[in-house]
Ligand binder design. Structure first.
Ligand SMILES: C[S@@+](CC[C@H](N)C(=O)[O-])C[C@H]1O[C@@H](n2cnc3c(N)ncnc32)[C@H](O)[C@@H]1O
Length: 228
């Protein structure tokens, strides 16, 4: 899978993708990261990428012509439309979740467009497939949302994690069961006996029950959604 990130700050991505699972996925060539600097598509001698909003207001708006050119140059001409998706990171988009992460992890090419400053020209929406928000709050730019989304997607690409790991994690569809490691006892806190029993059938049943209990307690909405 290829993930292209259109940003004014490609250097921000050095670090987050140089460690752990995402780095291993890159090293194993399961994912190819492609950073596109929006400044390279800036207009004129000064490579202008933004301007003041019409109608007044504070802050600067990223220009539609700059973003459209960058998107066109980044699109893979050979990939069918079905296998390529252009996503605009935007607080007004649909909220990101595990279901969307699974959907995006099956693409050949995911293009993430990061806004910055006061935002982007509304007309950019005409040139993307969808808008995704990472939650009901505003970040300074689309870079951290793009990092978060990339991390969640990459770990779902086949071969990145050991077979079966992701199926037992939270949001698949409920929350995960509690996990413990050594020591067996810490102060007055003990590991549940069942986990030390060696009875894998019983452990499996216990984990499923705990997963349901956890979900009912902390996120009952996940169960309601599943039944609906
Ligand atoms: C400071 S924000 C602009 C916010 C905009 N003025 C508003 O009130 O909706 C700049 C950029 O950060 C990104 N961004 C901010 N919050 C986000 C969120 N919750 N999800 C995804 N992207 C976000 C978007 O790319 C946005 O264009």
């Amino acid at each position: 899978m290829k993930i292209s990130i259109l940003t004014l700050f490609p250097e921000m991505f050095q670090g987050p993708f140089d460690h752990s699972i995402v780095k291993r996925a890159i090293d194993k060539k399961l994912v190819e990261m492609n950073f596109v600097n929006l400044r390279d598509f800036g207009i004129g001698k000064h490579k202008v990428v933004d301007n003041k909003p019409y109608g007044g207001g504070k802050g600067m708006i990223l220009k539609v012509d700059v973003l459209k050119n960058a998107i066109d140059k980044t699109k893979d001409k050979k990939s069918s439309l079905k296998n390529q998706r252009i996503v605009l990171l935007d607080p007004t988009g649909k909220t990101f979740n595990q279901k969307k992460a699974i959907e995006l992890s099956n693409l050949n090419h995911l293009i993430l467009v990061c806004g910055h400053y006061e935002g982007i020209d509304k007309r950019v929406e005409k040139f993307v497939d969808e808008k995704i928000s990472i939650g009901d709050f505003v970040t300074t730019g689309g870079e951290i949302p793009a990092m978060l989304l990339t991390d969640a997607v990459v770990r779902l690409i086949k071969g990145v994690l050991k077979e079966g790991v992701v199926n037992k994690e939270s949001f698949s569809p409920g929350l995960e069961y509690p996990q413990y490691t050594k020591p067996r006892r810490f102060k007055n806190l003990r590991v549940p006996k069942i986990l030390l029993s060696g009875n894998h059938k019983k452990i499996d049943e216990w984990q499923k029950l705990q997963s349901i209990k956890n979900t009912i307690k902390s996120r009952p909405d996940l169960l309601v959604k599943r039944m609906g």
